[in-house]
Design a protein around this ligand. Structure first.
Ligand SMILES: Nc1ncnc2c1ncn2[C@@H]1O[C@H](COP(=O)(O)OP(=O)(O)OP(=O)(O)O)[C@@H](O)[C@H]1O
Ligand SMILES: [Mg+2]
Length: 246
């Protein structure tokens, strides 16, 4: 569990500003969604938090640790940030079974066989996949594959969980069920979570706070109720107009 702070963070790609100077504080244990239309900078923001790309300016803290500061030339690489990540394409290793995929982070940390066996079983139970440990990814449904990716992200006990449209390949019904499971899990583990989606229903339904983004800027930050009932800009009114019953 960790707090995330972005201070005047920017990202410029070859002259294109993907993220204008942005300030954002995500408190410990919160579930925060980054919401907005395609190209507004959601994935960029998540990748900056993960350390997968380097900001062009500003300062970032995770917990008490400064992980990026342009002025002080500090840049902590992703493997030193203790984060779990699940991306749009959940990228399981196709030649490994469910068990091997989930066990992998513990294996590279050189835990004992018995510890790995027990921990993998615990996390597979957590995502309702007990019994499928010997299957290969191609023998699983999309939702099951996403749950394997989630178990693999969680097994390292990350301080922060970063999810980029992790349910995008699922049909509406499974998506809803997975949303509920994800939110339950997050509340039980109390893990600081940043969830990227362009689906406002999902964002408003699951989050403690929603960050509405537009063209590389944070347009509005608020609770789901605030966003649904007090959209501040014309963009927010327009974007959120199709749903009010939060
Ligand atoms: N590696 C890159 N090089 C150049 N431009 C990039 C790169 N990655 C992203 N961009 C640009 O930055 C902007 C923000 O992209 P980003 O991927 O963050 O959007 P997004 O909100 O995640 O969109 P989507 O909902 O489609 O995934 C876009 O204009 C995109 O074209
Ligand atoms: Mg994206």
């Amino acid at each position: 569990m960790s707090r995330i702070e972005l201070h005047e963070i920017t990202k410029v790609y070859h002259g294109t500003i993907a993220l204008h100077k942005s300030n954002l504080v995500i408190s410990e244990g919160m579930f925060v969604s980054l919401l907005g239309p395609s190209g507004c900078g959601k994935t960029t923001t998540l990748r900056l938090i993960a350390g997968l790309c380097e900001p062009s300016g500003g300062k970032m803290l995770i917990g008490d640790q400064v992980v990026f500061d342009l002025n002080q030339k500090i840049y902590t690489p992703p493997e030193k940030r203790n984060m779990g990540m699940v991306f749009q394409s959940y990228a399981l290793w196709p030649h490994m079974t469910v068990f091997q995929n989930v066990a992998y982070p513990l294996k590279i940390q050189k835990h004992s066989k018995q510890h790995i066996q027990e921990t993998v079983q615990t996390f597979l139970a957590l995502v309702h996949l007990s019994g499928l440990e010997h299957r290969y990814p191609h023998e699983l449904s999309g939702g099951q594959q996403q749950r394997v990716a989630l178990a693999r992200a969680l097994i390292r006990k990350p301080e922060v969980l970063l999810l980029d449209e992790p349910l995008s390949n699922l049909d509406a019904k499974l998506r809803k069920a997975m949303c509920r499971e994800l939110r339950d899990l997050q509340q039980r583990l109390k893990i600081t979570t940043v969830y990227v989606t362009h689906d406002q229903q999902e964002a408003l339904w699951m989050s403690d706070k929603v960050v509405l983004m537009n063209q590389g800027r944070i347009d509005q930050l608020g609770t789901p109720q605030e966003l649904a009932h007090q959209p501040k800009s014309e963009f927010a009114k327009d974007f959120l107009s199709s749903r009010k019953e939060v």
